[in-house]
Design a protein around this ligand. Structure first.
Ligand SMILES: [Zn+2]
Length: 249
């Protein structure tokens, strides 16, 4: 090849190469979705903007049953368990498919002995419980309170268990979000004191828990209602849309 021609060939090739890199970078910076519009998990997601069902920020703890159900049916079990025996025969498969996760005591909370529910929730609700627990512990530390964990009093219910409960208790609606594995009850009457290994009431712990719930409700992390008859907060998780917004339904 003649040296002059080779020189022009190299200049041309380099120009095309540099221009291709420029186009590639342009595509990344301007056409791919910005990182801030995406989320990776429950904790990082901006629920106010990306919740997958309607919800508006508020600091009051009195969301109606209808909106709990809307979110529960969207994100929880497609079909509630009709009976306790149906639950026992299917639960292993649902856990294997990661549709439900077993809830157990940890450094943030303790389960009371469950009479009408099973200790299972959808994965996002587990993340929600841990976030409430972490913030509750931080709030207690700030105020130099004693070491408390909150008590979980109800989780996933079968239709059979829900019907029995509804007969006894007019506050427990037959169509409850507890049927879908998205909803949990946290007591405000009693807390677990880790220093004395006892269950006790605590004004300071109620204040700390209430302030965490108000703050997280303002961020649309869940729906919540204070149930006076059961002395608990009834909380339904809010789930974000999928990462790729073009894939959402
Ligand atoms: Zn409840």
């Amino acid at each position: 090849m003649i040296p002059g021609k080779k020189k022009y060939f190299l200049i041309g090739f380099s120009s095309i190469f540099i221009f291709s890199i420029f186009l590639f970078l342009l595509f990344f910076f301007f056409f791919l979705p910005k990182k801030s519009t995406r989320y990776t998990n429950y904790q990082e997601c901006d629920h106010v903007r990306f919740a997958n069902a309607p919800i508006a920020p508020r600091s009051t703890l009195n969301d109606k049953n209808d909106i709990h159900l809307l979110h529960a049916m969207k994100n929880g079990l497609k079909k509630p368990f009709e009976t306790d025996s149906a639950f026992y025969s299917q639960i292993d498969d649902l856990v294997r498919m990661a549709l439900l996760v077993k809830v157990a005591d940890n450094q943030f909370y303790k389960l009371k002995s469950l009479k009408h529910s099973q200790p299972y929730l959808i994965p996002e609700a587990i993340d929600m419980l841990n976030e409430i627990g972490y913030k509750f512990q931080e709030r207690l530390k700030e105020k130099k309170y004693k070491n408390f964990r909150f008590l979980i009093t109800s989780l996933l219910r079968t239709e059979e268990a829900q019907n029995k409960l509804s007969h006894r208790n007019s506050n427990a609606s037959i169509h409850s979000s507890h049927l879908y594995g998205t909803t949990v009850d946290i007591s405000y009457k009693n807390f677990y004191n880790t220093q004395t290994d006892s269950i006790e009431s605590s004004y300071e712990a109620v204040q700390a828990l209430t302030s965490v719930l108000r703050e997280m409700r303002e961020d649309c992390k869940f729906l919540v209602v204070r149930e006076r008859k059961q002395s608990c907060f009834h909380i339904t998780v809010v789930v974000c849309r999928p990462i790729d917004s073009t894939m959402q339904d």
